[in-house]
Design a protein around this ligand. Structure first.
Ligand code: TYC
Length: 111
């Protein structure tokens, strides 16, 4: 028997205690950014393929296809990510290119 209201053990959720399971009006979907590789005349094809495998988690087949696309078209998409992920990948590519003295350029643009 209970004498009166007990907030902690009552089934009434109007006190908002516990885990939220329904709508969360405050959240927004993050903006997405395309990460693009640019062609140049000097970066070895194999280096570009390795970048696509290691930074963008592409299969050998997809990496090779994207590399040829960039080589032939001048620019190509490596992936689409939230801002901070895209920024990290651009930095990883530019750092690896610089370490290996290749002129490879990688940029991001809002989708
Ligand atoms: N064009 C380069 C070559 O012929 C290969 C290359 C492909 C370079 C893609 C950059 O983003 C690039 N060696």
């Amino acid at each position: 028997m209970r004498a009166g209201p007990d907030r902690e053990h009552d089934d009434d959720r109007s006190g908002q205690t516990g885990v939220a399971t329904k709508t969360r009006p405050k959240t927004k979907k993050p903006s997405l950014y395309r990460v693009l590789l640019l062609n140049d005349d000097y970066t070895p094809m194999e280096f570009v393929i390795l970048i696509l495998e290691q930074v963008f988690n592409k299969s050998r087949e997809d990496a090779t296809r994207i590399m040829w696309h960039v080589h032939n078209q001048g620019v190509g998409e490596c992936g689409v990510y939230p801002y901070e992920v895209a920024e990290t990948k651009v930095t990883q590519v530019m750092d690896a290119a610089r370490r290996n003295s290749h002129p490879l350029q990688c940029v991001m643009e809002k989708q």
